[in-house]
Design a binder for this molecule. Structure first.
Ligand SMILES: [Zn+2]
Length: 262
């Protein structure tokens, strides 16, 4: 990923998407209005932040990136694999629908999700000019959110997996992501999990590399062009909220993707 300063905000972009008519950024926590522990660009509405600060944060994001707030679609992320194919933005009076995978082929519509350690995946089909975004923590990863995203692109837009271009954003690294045996046991049976993306130490210590596992799931689904950020949300406190590092009291950073006219 490449770092970019956008006025008061700082974001990261996938270099493999740069040549296409698609606009995607993972927005860091810097440059917002929220106070500790949501400092400062928190986009999470259910973390306990002051609603006035949240509104100001959204406003600066819309203005900085030229996003039409009436054409933003976001969801209530519930650690599942439900897919929403949307053709319009979510209006203020419309409650969030539950989903962890969003897809669209409507130009100008922004798909937005929120993160603090979980894996963000964005995907683009240059042939059919369609996009998707997904959210996967360990629960979503066990259920193969990444593979489900690829299938959703194929079934909705007739995408060929090998033609898709994907990016995996900042998420918690293996050293910072120790899990219990009951979680690790659910990963043992997955064919994509091996010693390159998981670690078992004697004395019952278990670790997972969620970015690499999601990347392996994309590959298993047939995607070849994948850019993995390799950025850890827990290591890099300057730029990212981390649920694990901050023991649950933290904000959410945003990742979005939008189709542009080609
Ligand atoms: Zn780390």
């Amino acid at each position: 990923m490449k770092k970019e300063n956008n006025g008061d905000l700082t974001s990261f972009l996938f270099e493999n998407l740069e040549q296409y008519s698609v606009f995607s950024r993972v927005i860091s926590r810097k440059g917002g209005f929220s106070a500790i522990p949501f400092d400062s660009l928190n986009l999470g509405g259910t973390v306990g932040d002051d609603p006035k600060h949240l509104a100001s944060n959204k406003d600066i994001v819309w203005r900085t990136y030229g996003i039409d707030p009436g054409k933003v679609f976001d969801a209530w992320q519930v650690h599942g694999t439900s897919v929403i194919y949307t053709k319009e933005g979510r209006t203020i009076d419309q409650p969030h629908q539950k989903a962890d995978i969003l897809v669209t082929d409507v130009v100008g519509l922004t798909l937005l999700m929120r993160f603090a350690d979980c894996v963000s995946t964005v995907i683009y089909d240059p042939k059919h000019h369609a996009i998707g975004i997904a959210h996967a923590g360990w629960q979503g990863t066990v259920q193969d959110v990444a593979g489900t995203l690829v299938k959703a692109m194929s079934s909705t837009f007739d995408s060929e997996p090998a033609a898709l271009i994907a990016g995996i954003g900042p998420a918690i690294c293996i050293d910072h992501y120790q899990v219990g045996k009951e979680v690790f046991d659910q990963f043992r049976d997955l064919s994509v999990v091996d010693s390159t993306n998981s670690r078992e130490l004697t004395g019952n210590e278990f670790y997972l590399d969620l970015k690499k596992i999601n990347s392996a799931q994309l590959k298993q689904a047939g995607v070849q062009n994948i850019e993995n950020s390799n950025i850890c949300t827990a290591c890099d406190e300057e730029h990212w909220f981390s649920h694990r590092r901050d023991k649950g009291r933290t904000g959410r950073f945003g990742a979005f993707i939008q189709l542009r006219v080609r």
